[in-house]
Design a protein around this ligand. Structure first.
Ligand SMILES: [Zn+2]
Length: 495
């Protein structure tokens, strides 16, 4: 009972682009399992006679000769990722991981029935293929860089053999906002504050309580970090610490957060307290909760702290250990730390406490710190190191990749602005993102690359609600065509 998906996009322009896009939706390409799509684009490139290179991370580079008269233009690298997030509704018969995506057109939007669509980043691969197939579109020498495993921590870009890239301009086709040229993004560093404190048996007169934080909005730990949303681990730490000043107790466990990349929405602690002071502790936590909820009244009004009965525990940290651990939770910063000097309302540096994990006598606090300014991050890491040391613990640091610092004097940006204005008769918004893009990693591997990123309007990526705006995909295509023409015009470099 095959669905005739071709009919869905019949008559939608640009036709060749949508044909390539539709074909890609029939080929499985989950992150780390891109073999079917790698085989497909390889066969396509071989048939067209391109020189094809592949590195050990499995990224592909296709060398595409210039069109007539554009041979001396600078080489432009067009870049996008082959993999996609394969999410589906549990009851959906469709599954992107098996190449079963059922396209649906809903007004101006293209979506998939019950699954992710893979417009992130299928639009990039489709646009590259369409561009180089159309002999009427002028361009200089091109390299098509198709990366793998972007959706799992930029793994493919991290494994890229930079010597395969010989272009001087790179266009990343993985942005998700129409009308914008992106010229910067954040680099990131993971840290783990690890504190080990002594534990003692729970006494016969001590009773357990569970303290739970829930109801916050959460969100992306980078692009939503400046919105004043509650961090469940910090809220839990604050409620416990304020209550501790009234009634001392002992911490059995403290856990929260599901991912380094999300603002935690849930956290839970188990404590033990002398039986005759249990009510006093509950009311102290209640009092602290009222203040905390008031603090978030305008930005995250749903956050709540509740206290319930706890399961019996064998041992708990000592009172002194408990105080040290709560001090550490208080000291680990979370939130925006500096705003961009180039763009309004954009965060330059931030840190987000993402996970709290109790394991035996050790509490681990895992943070993800970001900045587009590589020189700003060491101060953040030093503060986390100091917090660990003051609480009697230590810090583990894993530097992921440096930032892509905006260069507003970039010739590629100037050319993209000219192309945009000529195509649409208005100026684009120039911006940067407080999140990771492959450009950050690639730019750190290939010296001197002048980079820019743009794309169509894609909403709810990574979820079964993912959709791409059809008219903006047309605009994305026109901008790409205009840009590769503009930067390859004879004398274009001097403009
Ligand atoms: Zn993407």
């Amino acid at each position: 009972m095959a669905t005739n998906i071709t009919s869905v996009l019949a008559g939608v322009e640009p036709r060749a682009f949508w044909e390539h896009f539709e074909k890609l939706t029939t080929i499985a390409r989950p992150s780390r399992h891109e073999e079917p799509v790698i085989e497909y684009v390889r066969a396509w490139g071989e048939e067209r006679g391109y020189d094809i290179r592949q590195d050990s991370a499995r990224n592909l580079v296709f060398a595409v000769p210039a069109t007539a008269g554009r041979e001396t233009a600078p080489t432009v690298v067009l870049q996008g990722h082959l993999d996609m997030v394969c999410e589906r509704q549990p009851d959906s018969p469709n599954d992107p991981a098996e190449g079963r995506i059922e396209l649906q057109v809903d007004g101006d939007w293209l979506t998939a029935n019950g699954t992710t669509l893979g417009a992130d980043d299928g639009v990039a691969i489709a646009a590259m293929m369409t561009l180089v197939e159309d002999e009427s579109l002028p361009h200089g020498p091109l390299q098509l860089l198709m990366t793998v495993a972007e959706e799992v921590g930029l793994e493919g870009a991290n494994g890229l053999d930079g010597s395969l890239v010989n272009g001087t301009i790179l266009v990343n086709l993985d942005s998700e906002e129409d009308g914008r040229l992106t010229v910067g993004c954040a680099g990131s560093t993971d840290t783990w504050v690890r504190i080990t404190q002594a534990r003692e048996r729970v006494g016969a007169d001590e009773v357990p309580l569970t303290v739970t934080v829930s109801g916050g909005l959460g969100g992306h730990s980078g692009s939503n970090i400046h919105l004043g949303r509650s961090n469940a681990i910090k809220v839990l730490g604050r409620a416990l610490r304020e209550a501790y000043e009234t009634v001392a107790f002992r911490l059995v466990s403290l856990n929260g957060g599901k991912s380094r990349n999300a603002i935690p929405r849930d956290a839970q602690a188990v404590v033990v307290v002398a039986g005759n002071r249990k009510d006093e502790l509950e009311s102290a936590i209640g009092k602290a909760t009222a203040t905390i909820r008031d603090a978030f009244a305008k930005t995250d009004a749903g956050v709540t702290v509740s206290v319930g009965a706890g399961d019996g525990a064998e041992d708990a940290w000592t009172e002194a250990g408990t105080a040290a651990l709560l001090d550490a939770v208080a000291l680990v910063p979370t939130g925006p730390l500096a705003m961009s000097p180039d763009f309004d309302d954009l965060v330059e540096t931030s840190t987000s406490l993402g996970e709290a994990i109790t394991d035996g006598d050790t509490l681990t606090l895992h943070s993800l710190s970001r900045s587009s300014n590589d020189s700003a991050l060491p101060e953040v890491i030093e503060a986390l190191d100091a917090a660990a040391r003051l609480a009697g613990g230590e810090l583990e640091v894993k530097h992921n990749y440096g930032g892509w610092r905006p260069n507003l004097e970039s010739p590629a940006l100037a050319a993209a602005k000219r192309s945009y204005e000529q195509a649409f008769g208005e100026a684009p918004i120039v911006t940067a993102v407080h999140a990771g893009l492959e450009t950050a990693v690639i730019g750190n591997k290939v010296a001197g690359l002048d980079m820019i990123s743009f794309g169509p309007q894609i909403e709810a990526p990574h979820s079964p609600d993912e959709r791409v705006s059809i008219p903006t995909a047309g605009r994305f295509w026109r901008l790409l065509v205009a840009f590769v023409d503009e930067v390859s015009k004879p004398g274009g470099e001097q403009r």
